[in-house]
Design a protein around this ligand. Structure first.
Ligand SMILES: NC(=O)c1ccc[n+]([C@@H]2O[C@H](COP(=O)([O-])OP(=O)(O)OC[C@H]3O[C@@H](n4cnc5c(N)ncnc54)[C@H](OP(=O)(O)O)[C@@H]3O)[C@@H](O)[C@H]2O)c1
Length: 273
């Protein structure tokens, strides 16, 4: 299957949020095919440990770690400085770093909400924009934005998170059209539940991660989600919902009349902690 993954062979890739979960898996699946790979996240020890494992199995790939807090406003400048200092160009950008927050909106911690907006929306947009303007990212190239199936619906209890991901999916769809003539493919990857650190991170202090427990037929492993995301990107699909069951559930959810959907979602509100 890999020979059909047209953006992978010899790519110069950057993966954000590579210190755990889907980002780590992206790094694992991209490394065997890449010419170079840059791993970005805050936890440098995790990045270094992943990079050294990948380097051992793929000695010909040039692997860099770049510890960055993407929610800081100078992060895209720091990334560009890093690329410029090495005269490095990119051909595959995986905007994966993201953050959730489960609970009702009114009692949420503003700093947490701000962090979600900064990372899920501002950092992703700014990084993409500055790379495109820098000339260090030119077609043929590809951008995979990790959104969520939560982007397709308003979700009480995950209101801000779902809204940030609706932004990511919408932006990706529009950029897919704008950038196609420039030889740049853009896809939004919209996974359902995937067991990673996401659930624990999105649970408020004293809260219960049980909210995120989903039926096993709707849950996909990081390996499957990443494989389907990269495959969807190589097929230039603007939106990829990994997993047959989740694909069907998502298609059903978006086809329900809004008036009915609101009534169904309203029943969830009493269960929000
Ligand atoms: N897991 C799911 O059920 C699920 C479902 C749908 C969509 N998603 C999306 O998938 C993406 C990856 O999430 P995941 O499930 O792999 O969760 P995860 O294991 O918690 O990974 C999140 C990654 O984002 C990085 N990150 C967080 N804040 C950051 C910051 N300020 N600057 C730089 N990096 C930062 C984390 O690294 P550091 O902490 O080291 O910085 C980590 O590598 C997210 O966009 C998430 O919304 C997840």
């Amino acid at each position: 299957m890999w020979f059909r993954m047209k953006y992978l062979q010899g790519c110069h890739a950057l993966v954000t949020g590579a210190s755990s979960g889907l980002g780590e898996e992206f790094a694992r699946q991209i490394a065997p095919h890449a010419a170079s790979l840059i791993l970005v996240a805050r936890r440098e020890d995790r990045l270094i440990s992943l990079a050294s494992k990948l380097q051992e199995s793929h000695p010909r790939v040039e692997i860099h770690t770049l510890p960055l807090d993407l929610s800081l406003s100078d992060s895209s400048d720091r990334l560009l400085d890093f690329l410029t200092a090495r005269n490095h160009r990119l051909s595959l950008l995986v905007n994966n770093a993201g953050l959730g927050d489960h609970g009702d909106f009114a009692s949420g911690d503003w700093l947490r909400i701000q962090a979600m907006l900064d990372l899920n929306i501002v950092a992703l947009t700014r990084l993409t924009h500055s790379l495109l303007q820098s000339g260090r990212f030119r077609g043929p190239a590809a951008i995979l934005n990790v959104s969520s199936v939560a982007s397709l619906l308003p979700l009480p209890g995950l209101a801000v998170y779902a809204a940030t991901k609706a932004y990511v999916t919408s932006l990706s769809e529009a950029l897919a059209m704008e950038l196609r003539p420039h030889g740049i493919t853009v896809s939004a990857l919209c996974p359902g539940p995937v067991p990673t650190e996401f659930q624990a991170t999105a649970t408020r202090p004293g809260g219960d991660t049980g909210f995120f427990d989903a039926p096993s037929f709707l849950t996909e492993s990081p390996a499957t989600v990443v494989r389907e995301g990269l495959l969807g990107l190589s097929r230039a699909r603007p939106r990829v919902v990994p997993g047959l069951a989740m694909g069907f559930a998502a298609a059903l959810a978006v086809s329900i009349p809004l008036i009915l959907l609101r009534a169904i979602l309203q029943t969830r509100v009493s269960k929000i902690p």
